[in-house]
Design a protein around this ligand. Sequence first.
Ligand SMILES: Cc1cc2nc3c(=O)[nH]c(=O)nc-3n(C[C@H](O)[C@H](O)[C@H](O)COP(=O)(O)O)c2cc1C
Length: 242
Amino acid sequence: MRKEAEVFDQIVQERRSVRIYDPEAEFDTDAVKRSLERAVLAPNSSNMQLWEFYRIKSDEAKKQVAWMCMNQKAAKTARELVVVVARRDLWKKRQQALVKEMQRVYPDAKSKQASRAMNYYKNLIPKYYWTDWLDLWGMLKKCIYFFAGINKPMIRHGNRADIRISVHKSAALAAQNFMMSMKAEGYDTCPMEGMDSKRIKQFLKLPRKAEVVMVIGCGPSAEGGIYSSRFRIPNSEVIFEV
Ligand SMILES: Cc1cc2nc3c(=O)[nH]c(=O)nc-3n(C[C@H](O)[C@H](O)[C@H](O)COP(=O)(O)O)c2cc1C
């Protein structure tokens, strides 16, 4: 095994969801900054980066958000809270950034690669992310995929729920990058979906289509911060070879 894999294994083994944080232990808040910078390097669908991360740092803001996390200890005692937000509504802005990036990457606009990339971001992305109020376009896409997929493989996700899942998936991968990085920095985390997403959205003044993916409490663990020994279903029941 490579040395890097050993280090990575140690980080994976040591990461636990910590519910109580030490209020006195030293906490380098720059570790949060660095970890968020690593979070955004996570793989994400079409590189659209439809995510945002809000650092809740002040005592007053932490108190309010912890209350919205049902006053869970993992939130109440956290030295910082990070709110991970899915922003499917930002697709046009991201699309523009990616079109610009494609123009930079492929200066020869006539090349096959350039036209393929441009077609992807200019034509296919809007077809995927655009939605109407009743999600009729989503239903139509599902129907098209159904018939097109009778005799050949075809993507199946197309309605609003599918888009939301896709954006949440990518944001969750970034959240995991963040938590692994925090462990590598010597700190602990606890992801939480036990929270009032509506109130948090209002608190952060987020638009209607933004969605809170999770809140992550972080800091140095207090004694007893891990509630129980790790339990996992046996690998033989969840890992298969085909
Ligand atoms: C999406 C998600 C939501 C979670 N929500 C909560 C939560 O609201 N409160 C909590 O104490 N733990 C929460 N957890 C932590 C899990 O309970 C924890 O990851 C699981 O029990 C496995 O333990 P481990 O992280 O220590 O390996 C959540 C984890 C995930 C991934």
